[in-house]
Design a protein around this ligand. Structure first.
Ligand code: KG4
Ligand code: ZN
Length: 364
């Protein structure tokens, strides 16, 4: 609990995240002095992970996820307030993930947040889950806009530019699987539990990243990614093995991590090399659940450094889904003069560069 950070002029934002299989909430206090850069602190955060619920299915079961969110969310918020020693009326604003994500879970979070907004008479902000992944790096590092974003999650792989807290441009994205999907599927075939990323990372520590040649999708005409060929190659390799020893599994995991990193790095290099040096951003952020992988975040950095771009990876606990990123994105929007709004619905699909839910106090 960091209530000691609270200054009288600070405002407190509650963030609610229910888009997938984590019920996550957080309270972030943000300064509203004449700073040009937003400065905030985490007052408290809570996560209820549904991993155990979905493990036997090998992936997230949407209706099970939604009913668990509705069961857990009220008590989680209560415990959050107790930990932060904050009374509900001290909350100045509420942010909730409005998309993209699983429709049922999003609905639970948004209905709960709307109820709270009415009861407390506090403004509400619909938060874009992917934008929040990209923004939370600014809580721990001073990163000016515009900056490059490499978002690597369970369902998305995107190269984008963050121009402001609600203005993103999309450069490229995966045309098939996301890296997280690829890791989860390979992990499942190796007999590891869901989600696969952490098990692959643990096994890879004992393996040789250059032992098994795996394919890198190459397309020189776009900045899009593709990981389905890599996934298929891994599954084919697993089938071909007579026995799958611990060492062989470790080598595959290490080679997979390395190939994902090379694929991402090559695409980033292709993009940055096409930009005139003066137009290259000073910073890039790698974020999303897969960015919590120590090997991937470390090995990606030189691809950016070669072009004078400083790669920032948020702390691992801010990469996987969490409530802090939603509370922080809410503060960022409020700080940037974006108005809260009540009249919005959930969006299971919501492009990162869509501006239709954007409202400033100047209208539009
Ligand atoms: O961002 P996230 O928590 O949820 C989505 O918005 O999708 O990302 C989840 C993905 C899963 O595919 C999971 O296997 C992967 O992130 N992941 C990891 C690690 N931890 C989670 N991948 C690689 N290494 C990890 N340590
Ligand atoms: Zn996510």
């Amino acid at each position: 609990m960091h209530k000691d950070f609270l200054e009288p002029q600070d405002r407190i934002f509650l963030g609610i995240e229910t888009s997938c299989d984590e019920t996550a909430v957080a309270l972030v206090s943000g300064a509203f002095s004449k700073n040009s850069y937003p400065k905030g602190h985490i007052l408290a955060h809570k996560i209820h992970s549904q991993v155990a619920l979905h493990q036997s299915f090998g992936g997230v079961v949407p209706p099970v996820a939604a009913s668990s969110h509705s069961l857990q969310l009220p008590a989680l918020v209560k415990r959050l307030l107790q930990t932060a020693e904050i009374k509900p009326h001290q909350i100045d604003g509420i942010g909730v993930t409005a998309g993209p994500g699983l429709a049922g879970g999003l609905l639970v979070g948004v209905m709960f947040a709307k109820g709270l907004s009415i009861a407390l008479k506090r403004p509400l902000w619909p938060i874009h889950h992917l934008q929040a992944h990209a923004l939370v790096a600014r809580l721990t590092h001073e990163i000016p806009f515009p900056y490059l974003v490499l978002l690597l999650s369970g369902g998305h792989c995107q190269l984008a530019v963050a121009n402001s807290p609600r203005d993103f441009s999309l450069i490229g994205e995966s045309t098939d699987d996301a890296p997280g999907e690829c890791l989860d599927k390979v992990a499942r075939c190796l007999g590891y539990s869901y989600p696969g990323g952490p098990s692959i990372e643990a096994a890879a520590k004992r393996g040789d990243p250059f032992s098994i040649p795996l394919p890198i999708a190459v397309s020189e005409h776009s900045y899009n990614f593709s990981f389905s060929g890599l996934k298929t190659a891994c599954l084919r390799w697993i089938k071909q093995q007579q026995d799958l020893s611990f060492e062989k599994k470790a080598d595959l995991c290490a080679s997979l991590q390395n190939t994902i990193t090379c694929s991402l790095g090559k695409k980033v290099s292709q993009f940055l090399s096409a930009l005139p040096p003066a137009s290259r951003p000073a910073f890039a952020v790698v974020c999303g659940g897969v960015a919590s992988n120590e090997y991937i975040r470390q090995e990606l950095a030189p691809y950016f450094q070669n072009y004078g771009v400083n790669l920032i990876a948020p702390p691992a606990q801010h990469c996987t889904d969490n409530g802090v990123m939603i509370a922080w994105a809410t503060y960022e929007q409020s700080f940037a003069g974006m108005e809260g709004q009540f009249d919005f619905s959930t969006r299971a699909r919501w492009p990162i560069n869509d501006h239709s839910l954007q409202r400033t106090k100047y209208g539009g």
